[in-house]
Ligand binder design. Structure first.
Ligand code: ADP
Length: 488
Protein backbone atom coordinates (compact mmCIF):
# COMPACT_ATOMS: atom_id res chain seq x y z
CA UNK A 1 0.00 0.00 0.00
CA UNK A 2 1.48 3.33 -1.05
CA UNK A 3 0.50 6.78 0.22
CA UNK A 4 0.21 9.19 -2.71
CA UNK A 5 -0.64 12.87 -2.96
CA UNK A 6 -2.16 13.41 -6.42
CA UNK A 7 -1.72 17.05 -7.44
CA UNK A 8 -3.92 18.53 -10.14
CA UNK A 9 -5.30 21.86 -11.35
CA UNK A 10 -8.69 20.35 -12.33
CA UNK A 11 -10.83 17.35 -11.43
CA UNK A 12 -14.13 15.99 -12.67
CA UNK A 13 -16.88 16.52 -11.49
CA UNK A 14 -15.80 19.71 -9.67
CA UNK A 15 -14.01 21.68 -12.36
CA UNK A 16 -13.02 20.64 -15.88
CA UNK A 17 -11.49 22.08 -19.02
CA UNK A 18 -10.26 18.85 -20.60
CA UNK A 19 -8.92 15.34 -20.26
CA UNK A 20 -6.76 16.12 -17.19
CA UNK A 21 -9.95 16.55 -15.15
CA UNK A 22 -11.24 13.16 -16.30
CA UNK A 23 -7.96 11.48 -15.36
CA UNK A 24 -7.83 13.25 -11.97
CA UNK A 25 -11.40 12.18 -11.21
CA UNK A 26 -10.84 8.55 -12.22
CA UNK A 27 -7.28 7.46 -11.46
CA UNK A 28 -7.25 8.24 -7.69
CA UNK A 29 -10.44 6.21 -7.01
CA UNK A 30 -9.11 3.37 -9.18
CA UNK A 31 -5.87 3.36 -7.16
CA UNK A 32 -7.81 3.42 -3.90
CA UNK A 33 -9.79 0.41 -5.13
CA UNK A 34 -6.41 -1.36 -5.41
CA UNK A 35 -5.71 -0.54 -1.75
CA UNK A 36 -3.50 2.57 -2.09
CA UNK A 37 -4.05 5.64 0.08
CA UNK A 38 -4.34 8.31 -2.61
CA UNK A 39 -5.45 11.84 -1.76
CA UNK A 40 -6.10 14.75 -4.08
CA UNK A 41 -5.04 18.36 -3.81
CA UNK A 42 -6.21 21.24 -6.01
CA UNK A 43 -6.81 24.99 -5.81
CA UNK A 44 -10.02 26.09 -4.08
CA UNK A 45 -11.73 27.66 -7.10
CA UNK A 46 -15.18 29.12 -6.34
CA UNK A 47 -17.02 26.36 -8.25
CA UNK A 48 -15.16 23.76 -6.18
CA UNK A 49 -15.98 25.50 -2.91
CA UNK A 50 -19.62 25.77 -3.96
CA UNK A 51 -19.87 22.05 -4.70
CA UNK A 52 -17.98 20.86 -1.61
CA UNK A 53 -18.90 23.53 0.92
CA UNK A 54 -20.80 21.37 3.36
CA UNK A 55 -18.10 18.69 3.60
CA UNK A 56 -15.15 21.04 4.16
CA UNK A 57 -13.15 21.57 7.33
CA UNK A 58 -10.26 23.93 7.88
CA UNK A 59 -7.16 21.93 8.74
CA UNK A 60 -4.31 24.41 8.50
CA UNK A 61 -3.28 27.98 7.86
CA UNK A 62 0.09 28.43 6.20
CA UNK A 63 2.14 31.54 5.55
CA UNK A 64 3.55 31.63 2.04
CA UNK A 65 5.55 34.22 0.14
CA UNK A 66 3.54 36.37 -2.27
CA UNK A 67 0.33 36.75 -0.25
CA UNK A 68 -0.38 38.94 2.73
CA UNK A 69 -2.82 36.65 4.52
CA UNK A 70 -2.25 33.01 5.45
CA UNK A 71 -3.43 30.43 2.94
CA UNK A 72 -6.15 28.12 4.20
CA UNK A 73 -5.90 24.38 3.61
CA UNK A 74 -9.35 22.78 3.63
CA UNK A 75 -10.16 19.09 3.74
CA UNK A 76 -13.13 17.41 2.13
CA UNK A 77 -14.05 14.50 -0.09
CA UNK A 78 -14.28 14.19 -3.87
CA UNK A 79 -18.01 13.63 -4.50
CA UNK A 80 -19.13 10.04 -5.16
CA UNK A 81 -15.65 8.59 -4.67
CA UNK A 82 -14.60 8.78 -1.03
CA UNK A 83 -11.21 10.18 -2.15
CA UNK A 84 -9.89 12.65 0.47
CA UNK A 85 -9.48 16.09 -1.03
CA UNK A 86 -7.30 18.99 0.10
CA UNK A 87 -8.09 22.46 -1.22
CA UNK A 88 -5.58 25.30 -1.26
CA UNK A 89 -7.70 28.34 -0.54
CA UNK A 90 -6.17 31.68 -1.50
CA UNK A 91 -8.93 34.05 -2.67
CA UNK A 92 -6.43 36.57 -4.13
CA UNK A 93 -5.48 34.04 -6.77
CA UNK A 94 -8.34 31.61 -7.09
CA UNK A 95 -11.59 33.37 -6.21
CA UNK A 96 -12.47 35.01 -9.51
CA UNK A 97 -15.09 34.82 -12.23
CA UNK A 98 -14.12 33.32 -15.58
CA UNK A 99 -12.16 30.19 -16.40
CA UNK A 100 -9.61 28.55 -14.16
CA UNK A 101 -6.69 29.44 -16.44
CA UNK A 102 -8.02 32.66 -17.98
CA UNK A 103 -11.04 34.52 -19.25
CA UNK A 104 -12.33 34.47 -22.82
CA UNK A 105 -9.58 36.81 -24.00
CA UNK A 106 -6.52 34.91 -22.80
CA UNK A 107 -4.65 33.44 -19.85
CA UNK A 108 -4.68 35.16 -16.46
CA UNK A 109 -1.54 37.30 -16.38
CA UNK A 110 -0.77 36.17 -12.83
CA UNK A 111 -0.84 32.45 -13.67
CA UNK A 112 2.81 32.02 -12.63
CA UNK A 113 2.04 33.57 -9.23
CA UNK A 114 -1.13 31.50 -8.86
CA UNK A 115 0.49 28.16 -9.60
CA UNK A 116 3.72 28.98 -7.79
CA UNK A 117 1.66 29.64 -4.67
CA UNK A 118 -0.30 26.42 -5.20
CA UNK A 119 2.99 24.54 -5.64
CA UNK A 120 4.50 25.98 -2.48
CA UNK A 121 1.41 25.00 -0.51
CA UNK A 122 1.63 21.46 -1.91
CA UNK A 123 5.32 21.26 -0.98
CA UNK A 124 4.37 22.16 2.60
CA UNK A 125 1.50 19.65 2.61
CA UNK A 126 3.60 16.86 1.12
CA UNK A 127 6.18 17.11 3.87
CA UNK A 128 3.49 16.44 6.43
CA UNK A 129 2.84 18.63 9.43
CA UNK A 130 1.91 18.07 13.04
CA UNK A 131 -1.75 17.26 13.39
CA UNK A 132 -2.29 16.13 9.82
CA UNK A 133 -1.25 12.59 10.69
CA UNK A 134 -0.49 11.78 7.09
CA UNK A 135 2.51 12.07 4.84
CA UNK A 136 2.73 10.88 1.25
CA UNK A 137 5.50 8.57 0.10
CA UNK A 138 4.93 9.73 -3.47
CA UNK A 139 3.78 13.08 -4.83
CA UNK A 140 2.23 12.64 -8.27
CA UNK A 141 2.20 15.91 -10.25
CA UNK A 142 0.41 16.66 -13.49
CA UNK A 143 1.23 19.18 -16.23
CA UNK A 144 2.98 22.53 -16.04
CA UNK A 145 0.81 24.00 -13.28
CA UNK A 146 2.45 21.55 -10.86
CA UNK A 147 5.95 21.53 -12.42
CA UNK A 148 7.60 23.57 -9.66
CA UNK A 149 6.76 20.93 -7.05
CA UNK A 150 9.39 18.28 -8.02
CA UNK A 151 11.92 21.11 -8.44
CA UNK A 152 11.24 22.61 -5.00
CA UNK A 153 11.05 19.21 -3.30
CA UNK A 154 14.42 18.24 -4.79
CA UNK A 155 15.98 20.94 -2.61
CA UNK A 156 14.59 19.43 0.61
CA UNK A 157 16.74 16.98 2.49
CA UNK A 158 13.99 14.45 3.20
CA UNK A 159 11.33 14.52 0.58
CA UNK A 160 8.79 12.14 -0.91
CA UNK A 161 9.45 10.56 -4.32
CA UNK A 162 8.02 12.49 -7.23
CA UNK A 163 6.24 11.32 -10.37
CA UNK A 164 5.40 13.82 -13.09
CA UNK A 165 2.78 13.06 -15.75
CA UNK A 166 2.68 14.95 -19.01
CA UNK A 167 -0.84 15.28 -20.36
CA UNK A 168 0.06 17.75 -23.10
CA UNK A 169 3.57 19.01 -23.84
CA UNK A 170 2.34 21.95 -25.89
CA UNK A 171 1.31 23.79 -22.71
CA UNK A 172 4.57 24.50 -20.88
CA UNK A 173 4.12 27.50 -18.59
CA UNK A 174 7.02 29.58 -19.96
CA UNK A 175 7.49 33.09 -18.52
CA UNK A 176 10.15 35.80 -18.55
CA UNK A 177 13.28 35.61 -16.39
CA UNK A 178 11.86 38.48 -14.34
CA UNK A 179 9.04 36.20 -13.19
CA UNK A 180 11.58 33.76 -11.78
CA UNK A 181 13.11 36.61 -9.79
CA UNK A 182 9.74 37.96 -8.70
CA UNK A 183 8.63 34.54 -7.47
CA UNK A 184 11.70 34.41 -5.25
CA UNK A 185 12.69 30.95 -6.45
CA UNK A 186 16.08 29.61 -5.35
CA UNK A 187 18.93 30.34 -7.77
CA UNK A 188 19.93 26.67 -7.47
CA UNK A 189 17.00 25.95 -9.82
CA UNK A 190 18.19 28.38 -12.51
CA UNK A 191 20.27 26.44 -15.01
CA UNK A 192 19.99 24.82 -18.40
CA UNK A 193 19.43 21.54 -16.57
CA UNK A 194 16.83 23.19 -14.35
CA UNK A 195 14.06 25.70 -14.94
CA UNK A 196 15.85 27.82 -17.52
CA UNK A 197 14.56 27.50 -21.06
CA UNK A 198 16.40 29.68 -23.56
CA UNK A 199 16.71 32.57 -21.10
CA UNK A 200 13.15 32.24 -19.77
CA UNK A 201 11.67 30.18 -16.96
CA UNK A 202 9.73 27.02 -17.69
CA UNK A 203 7.36 25.48 -15.18
CA UNK A 204 7.12 22.20 -17.07
CA UNK A 205 10.89 21.75 -16.94
CA UNK A 206 10.58 21.61 -13.17
CA UNK A 207 8.67 18.36 -13.62
CA UNK A 208 10.69 17.00 -16.52
CA UNK A 209 14.10 17.71 -15.02
CA UNK A 210 13.56 16.98 -11.33
CA UNK A 211 10.87 14.29 -10.95
CA UNK A 212 12.11 10.83 -10.04
CA UNK A 213 9.96 9.26 -12.74
CA UNK A 214 8.10 10.64 -15.73
CA UNK A 215 5.01 9.30 -17.38
CA UNK A 216 2.86 10.37 -20.26
CA UNK A 217 -0.53 9.19 -21.31
CA UNK A 218 0.17 6.78 -24.15
CA UNK A 219 3.11 4.66 -25.35
CA UNK A 220 3.12 6.31 -28.80
CA UNK A 221 3.17 9.85 -27.33
CA UNK A 222 6.06 8.75 -25.08
CA UNK A 223 8.03 8.03 -28.26
CA UNK A 224 6.79 11.06 -30.19
CA UNK A 225 7.88 13.63 -27.59
CA UNK A 226 11.47 12.49 -28.00
CA UNK A 227 11.41 13.97 -31.53
CA UNK A 228 11.60 17.67 -32.55
CA UNK A 229 8.12 17.74 -34.13
CA UNK A 230 6.36 16.82 -30.87
CA UNK A 231 9.02 17.89 -28.36
CA UNK A 232 8.78 21.71 -28.74
CA UNK A 233 12.43 22.18 -27.84
CA UNK A 234 12.26 19.79 -24.87
CA UNK A 235 13.04 16.64 -26.89
CA UNK A 236 16.71 16.74 -25.80
CA UNK A 237 15.85 16.75 -22.10
CA UNK A 238 13.18 14.08 -22.62
CA UNK A 239 15.60 11.91 -24.59
CA UNK A 240 18.20 12.31 -21.84
CA UNK A 241 15.62 11.12 -19.30
CA UNK A 242 14.01 8.50 -21.55
CA UNK A 243 15.04 5.76 -19.12
CA UNK A 244 12.73 7.42 -16.57
CA UNK A 245 9.78 7.88 -18.95
CA UNK A 246 6.92 5.45 -19.53
CA UNK A 247 3.68 5.79 -21.50
CA UNK A 248 0.54 4.61 -19.69
CA UNK A 249 -2.76 4.88 -21.52
CA UNK A 250 -5.55 6.77 -19.81
CA UNK A 251 -8.63 4.75 -19.11
CA UNK A 252 -12.24 5.58 -19.81
CA UNK A 253 -14.43 5.89 -16.75
CA UNK A 254 -17.19 3.47 -17.65
CA UNK A 255 -19.17 4.52 -14.57
CA UNK A 256 -19.85 7.75 -16.48
CA UNK A 257 -19.34 6.64 -20.07
CA UNK A 258 -21.22 3.45 -20.90
CA UNK A 259 -24.41 3.33 -23.00
CA UNK A 260 -25.77 0.55 -20.78
CA UNK A 261 -26.14 2.91 -17.82
CA UNK A 262 -25.63 6.48 -19.12
CA UNK A 263 -28.34 8.71 -17.54
CA UNK A 264 -27.76 11.45 -20.16
CA UNK A 265 -29.17 9.33 -23.01
CA UNK A 266 -32.67 9.29 -24.49
CA UNK A 267 -32.48 5.53 -24.44
CA UNK A 268 -29.84 3.17 -23.09
CA UNK A 269 -28.41 0.37 -25.21
CA UNK A 270 -25.84 -2.38 -25.39
CA UNK A 271 -24.00 -4.33 -28.07
CA UNK A 272 -26.64 -7.05 -27.88
CA UNK A 273 -29.51 -4.61 -28.38
CA UNK A 274 -28.60 -1.62 -30.51
CA UNK A 275 -32.14 -0.37 -31.04
CA UNK A 276 -31.57 2.34 -28.41
CA UNK A 277 -28.72 3.77 -30.46
CA UNK A 278 -31.15 4.58 -33.26
CA UNK A 279 -33.39 6.38 -30.75
CA UNK A 280 -30.43 8.48 -29.65
CA UNK A 281 -29.61 9.27 -33.29
CA UNK A 282 -33.10 10.66 -33.76
CA UNK A 283 -32.83 12.65 -30.54
CA UNK A 284 -29.48 14.05 -31.63
CA UNK A 285 -30.75 15.10 -35.06
CA UNK A 286 -33.74 16.80 -33.38
CA UNK A 287 -31.57 18.47 -30.73
CA UNK A 288 -29.41 20.00 -33.47
CA UNK A 289 -32.41 20.91 -35.67
CA UNK A 290 -31.31 18.62 -38.50
CA UNK A 291 -33.81 16.60 -40.57
CA UNK A 292 -34.40 13.23 -38.92
CA UNK A 293 -32.87 10.74 -41.36
CA UNK A 294 -32.25 7.36 -39.76
CA UNK A 295 -30.31 5.99 -42.72
CA UNK A 296 -28.00 8.94 -43.38
CA UNK A 297 -24.52 8.61 -41.85
CA UNK A 298 -24.18 11.02 -38.93
CA UNK A 299 -20.69 12.18 -37.88
CA UNK A 300 -19.94 13.78 -34.51
CA UNK A 301 -17.12 16.02 -33.27
CA UNK A 302 -16.55 17.16 -29.68
CA UNK A 303 -13.56 19.11 -28.55
CA UNK A 304 -11.57 22.25 -28.12
CA UNK A 305 -11.53 24.16 -31.39
CA UNK A 306 -7.80 24.51 -31.77
CA UNK A 307 -5.38 23.38 -34.44
CA UNK A 308 -4.25 20.47 -32.28
CA UNK A 309 -7.63 18.84 -32.74
CA UNK A 310 -7.50 19.13 -36.55
CA UNK A 311 -10.65 21.24 -36.65
CA UNK A 312 -9.09 23.12 -39.60
CA UNK A 313 -8.81 19.79 -41.45
CA UNK A 314 -12.50 19.17 -40.77
CA UNK A 315 -13.37 22.60 -42.14
CA UNK A 316 -11.31 22.03 -45.27
CA UNK A 317 -12.56 18.48 -45.90
CA UNK A 318 -16.27 18.98 -45.28
CA UNK A 319 -17.41 20.99 -48.35
CA UNK A 320 -16.48 18.09 -50.68
CA UNK A 321 -17.68 15.41 -48.29
CA UNK A 322 -21.04 17.13 -47.93
CA UNK A 323 -21.74 16.42 -51.60
CA UNK A 324 -22.45 12.90 -50.31
CA UNK A 325 -25.38 11.92 -48.06
CA UNK A 326 -23.92 12.72 -44.65
CA UNK A 327 -24.75 14.86 -41.63
CA UNK A 328 -22.26 16.38 -39.18
CA UNK A 329 -22.81 17.69 -35.65
CA UNK A 330 -20.12 19.66 -33.84
CA UNK A 331 -19.83 20.65 -30.17
CA UNK A 332 -16.96 22.74 -28.92
CA UNK A 333 -15.45 26.09 -28.22
CA UNK A 334 -12.12 27.63 -28.96
CA UNK A 335 -10.51 29.96 -31.46
CA UNK A 336 -12.85 32.37 -33.15
CA UNK A 337 -11.59 31.65 -36.65
CA UNK A 338 -12.71 28.03 -36.35
CA UNK A 339 -16.03 28.89 -34.70
CA UNK A 340 -16.74 31.36 -37.54
CA UNK A 341 -15.67 28.83 -40.18
CA UNK A 342 -18.13 26.31 -38.79
CA UNK A 343 -20.95 28.83 -38.65
CA UNK A 344 -20.49 29.68 -42.33
CA UNK A 345 -20.48 25.96 -43.17
CA UNK A 346 -23.81 25.68 -41.37
CA UNK A 347 -25.12 28.60 -43.46
CA UNK A 348 -24.11 26.78 -46.68
CA UNK A 349 -25.30 23.31 -45.64
CA UNK A 350 -28.17 23.90 -43.16
CA UNK A 351 -29.70 20.44 -43.53
CA UNK A 352 -26.37 18.66 -43.15
CA UNK A 353 -24.23 20.54 -40.63
CA UNK A 354 -25.11 21.84 -37.17
CA UNK A 355 -22.87 23.38 -34.55
CA UNK A 356 -23.20 24.19 -30.88
CA UNK A 357 -20.53 26.52 -29.58
CA UNK A 358 -19.85 26.04 -25.89
CA UNK A 359 -19.28 23.39 -23.27
CA UNK A 360 -22.15 20.97 -22.68
CA UNK A 361 -21.48 17.71 -20.90
CA UNK A 362 -25.02 16.42 -21.40
CA UNK A 363 -24.86 16.96 -25.15
CA UNK A 364 -21.39 15.37 -25.34
CA UNK A 365 -22.92 12.10 -24.10
CA UNK A 366 -25.78 12.30 -26.61
CA UNK A 367 -23.34 12.88 -29.49
CA UNK A 368 -21.29 9.84 -28.47
CA UNK A 369 -24.48 7.77 -28.43
CA UNK A 370 -26.33 9.19 -31.42
CA UNK A 371 -23.60 9.57 -34.03
CA UNK A 372 -22.54 6.73 -36.33
CA UNK A 373 -18.90 7.81 -36.52
CA UNK A 374 -16.72 10.15 -34.47
CA UNK A 375 -14.28 12.63 -36.00
CA UNK A 376 -10.94 13.02 -34.23
CA UNK A 377 -8.32 14.06 -36.79
CA UNK A 378 -5.89 15.46 -34.21
CA UNK A 379 -2.44 16.65 -35.31
CA UNK A 380 -1.18 15.28 -32.02
CA UNK A 381 -3.12 13.60 -29.25
CA UNK A 382 -1.29 12.60 -26.06
CA UNK A 383 -4.01 10.05 -25.28
CA UNK A 384 -7.45 11.34 -26.19
CA UNK A 385 -10.55 10.27 -24.34
CA UNK A 386 -13.32 10.84 -26.82
CA UNK A 387 -12.16 8.01 -29.07
CA UNK A 388 -12.31 5.68 -26.05
CA UNK A 389 -15.85 6.82 -25.29
CA UNK A 390 -16.74 6.45 -28.98
CA UNK A 391 -15.53 2.86 -29.04
CA UNK A 392 -17.71 1.99 -26.04
CA UNK A 393 -20.74 3.67 -27.64
CA UNK A 394 -20.25 1.83 -30.96
CA UNK A 395 -19.56 5.14 -32.70
CA UNK A 396 -16.65 4.25 -34.96
CA UNK A 397 -13.77 6.71 -34.60
CA UNK A 398 -12.09 8.32 -37.61
CA UNK A 399 -8.66 9.30 -36.29
CA UNK A 400 -5.18 10.35 -37.28
CA UNK A 401 -2.38 7.90 -36.53
CA UNK A 402 -0.80 9.75 -33.61
CA UNK A 403 -0.36 9.38 -29.83
CA UNK A 404 -3.11 7.57 -28.01
CA UNK A 405 -5.29 7.48 -31.12
CA UNK A 406 -2.72 5.20 -32.78
CA UNK A 407 -2.64 3.03 -29.65
CA UNK A 408 -6.38 2.51 -29.29
CA UNK A 409 -8.09 2.50 -32.71
CA UNK A 410 -7.54 -0.39 -35.14
CA UNK A 411 -7.87 0.64 -38.78
CA UNK A 412 -10.42 -1.08 -41.03
CA UNK A 413 -7.82 -2.51 -43.41
CA UNK A 414 -8.80 -5.69 -45.27
CA UNK A 415 -6.46 -7.68 -42.95
CA UNK A 416 -7.87 -6.19 -39.73
CA UNK A 417 -11.42 -6.67 -40.98
CA UNK A 418 -10.66 -10.29 -41.87
CA UNK A 419 -9.14 -10.98 -38.45
CA UNK A 420 -12.04 -9.24 -36.70
CA UNK A 421 -9.87 -6.59 -34.99
CA UNK A 422 -10.93 -3.42 -36.83
CA UNK A 423 -12.62 -0.73 -34.74
CA UNK A 424 -12.30 2.49 -36.77
CA UNK A 425 -10.66 4.39 -39.61
CA UNK A 426 -7.09 5.63 -39.30
CA UNK A 427 -5.16 7.97 -41.60
CA UNK A 428 -1.60 9.27 -41.63
CA UNK A 429 -1.13 12.61 -43.37
CA UNK A 430 -2.44 15.62 -41.42
CA UNK A 431 -4.06 17.05 -44.55
CA UNK A 432 -7.64 17.52 -45.74
CA UNK A 433 -6.95 14.82 -48.36
CA UNK A 434 -5.78 12.41 -45.68
CA UNK A 435 -8.94 12.98 -43.63
CA UNK A 436 -11.19 12.81 -46.68
CA UNK A 437 -9.67 9.47 -47.66
CA UNK A 438 -10.51 7.96 -44.27
CA UNK A 439 -14.01 9.46 -44.29
CA UNK A 440 -14.72 8.13 -47.78
CA UNK A 441 -13.63 4.65 -46.66
CA UNK A 442 -15.98 4.98 -43.70
CA UNK A 443 -18.92 6.13 -45.83
CA UNK A 444 -18.27 3.40 -48.39
CA UNK A 445 -18.47 0.72 -45.71
CA UNK A 446 -21.49 2.33 -44.04
CA UNK A 447 -23.55 2.43 -47.21
CA UNK A 448 -22.31 -0.71 -48.97
CA UNK A 449 -21.54 -3.22 -46.25
CA UNK A 450 -23.49 -2.31 -43.13
CA UNK A 451 -23.19 -5.79 -41.67
CA UNK A 452 -19.40 -5.39 -41.56
CA UNK A 453 -19.91 -1.95 -39.97
CA UNK A 454 -22.08 -3.58 -37.33
CA UNK A 455 -19.44 -6.24 -36.67
CA UNK A 456 -16.92 -3.44 -36.14
CA UNK A 457 -19.32 -1.80 -33.70
CA UNK A 458 -19.48 -5.01 -31.68
CA UNK A 459 -15.67 -5.31 -31.55
CA UNK A 460 -15.33 -1.63 -30.58
CA UNK A 461 -17.94 -1.90 -27.82
CA UNK A 462 -16.27 -4.99 -26.36
CA UNK A 463 -12.82 -3.35 -26.14
CA UNK A 464 -11.81 -2.72 -22.54
CA UNK A 465 -10.05 0.57 -21.81
CA UNK A 466 -11.20 0.76 -18.19
CA UNK A 467 -9.01 2.32 -15.49
CA UNK A 468 -8.12 -0.86 -13.65
CA UNK A 469 -5.20 -1.84 -15.91
CA UNK A 470 -3.83 1.72 -16.09
CA UNK A 471 -4.12 2.14 -12.32
CA UNK A 472 -2.04 -1.01 -11.82
CA UNK A 473 0.62 0.45 -14.13
CA UNK A 474 0.72 3.67 -12.06
CA UNK A 475 0.95 1.64 -8.85
CA UNK A 476 3.93 -0.13 -10.38
CA UNK A 477 5.54 3.24 -11.20
CA UNK A 478 5.09 4.41 -7.59
CA UNK A 479 6.71 1.21 -6.36
CA UNK A 480 9.64 1.66 -8.73
CA UNK A 481 10.15 5.19 -7.51
CA UNK A 482 10.16 3.97 -3.92
CA UNK A 483 12.45 1.02 -4.68
CA UNK A 484 14.81 3.39 -6.48
CA UNK A 485 14.38 1.00 -9.43
CA UNK A 486 14.01 4.00 -11.68
CA UNK A 487 15.16 2.17 -14.81
CA UNK A 488 12.13 1.29 -16.89
P1 ADP B 1 -8.15 17.46 -24.27
O1 ADP B 1 -7.82 17.15 -22.86
O2 ADP B 1 -6.94 17.67 -25.15
O3 ADP B 1 -9.12 18.60 -24.42
P2 ADP B 1 -9.35 14.79 -24.38
O4 ADP B 1 -9.97 14.01 -25.50
O5 ADP B 1 -8.24 14.11 -23.64
O6 ADP B 1 -8.88 16.21 -24.95
O7 ADP B 1 -10.48 15.14 -23.31
C1 ADP B 1 -11.47 16.06 -23.58
C2 ADP B 1 -12.60 15.87 -22.60
O8 ADP B 1 -13.35 17.08 -22.55
C3 ADP B 1 -13.55 14.79 -23.00
O9 ADP B 1 -14.15 14.24 -21.85
C4 ADP B 1 -14.59 15.56 -23.83
O10 ADP B 1 -15.82 14.92 -23.91
C5 ADP B 1 -14.67 16.85 -23.08
N1 ADP B 1 -15.05 18.01 -23.89
C6 ADP B 1 -14.26 18.75 -24.70
N2 ADP B 1 -14.95 19.78 -25.23
C7 ADP B 1 -16.21 19.68 -24.76
C8 ADP B 1 -17.41 20.46 -24.94
N3 ADP B 1 -17.44 21.51 -25.72
N4 ADP B 1 -18.52 20.07 -24.28
C9 ADP B 1 -18.50 18.98 -23.48
N5 ADP B 1 -17.41 18.21 -23.27
C10 ADP B 1 -16.28 18.55 -23.90
Amino acid sequence: MTTVLFVTSEVHPLVKTGGLADVSGSLPPALRALGHDVRLVLPAYPQVLARCERSLTLIKLIDLPGVATPVRVLEGVLPDTGVPLYLIDCPTYFDRLGGIYGDGTGDWPDNPQRFALFSRAVVALSQGWPGLGWKPEVVHCNDWQTGLIPALLSLEEHHPKTVFTLHNLSYQGVFPWGTFVELGLPMALWSMDGLEFYGRMSFIKGGLAYADLLTTVSPTYAREIRTPVFGYGLEGLIEARADRLVGILNGANYAHWDPISDPHLSCRYSSTDLSGKATNKTALQRRFGLPVRPKVALLGFIGRMVEQKGIDLVLAALPDLLQHPVQVVVLGAGEQVFEEGLKSLVASFPTQVAVQIGYDEDLAHLIEAGADAFLMPSRFEPCGLNQLYSLRYGTLPVVRRTGGLADTVVDATPENLASGRATGFVFGAATPVGLTGALMRALHLYYNDYSTWQRMMAVAMAADYGWDKSARSYADIYQRALDKRVDI
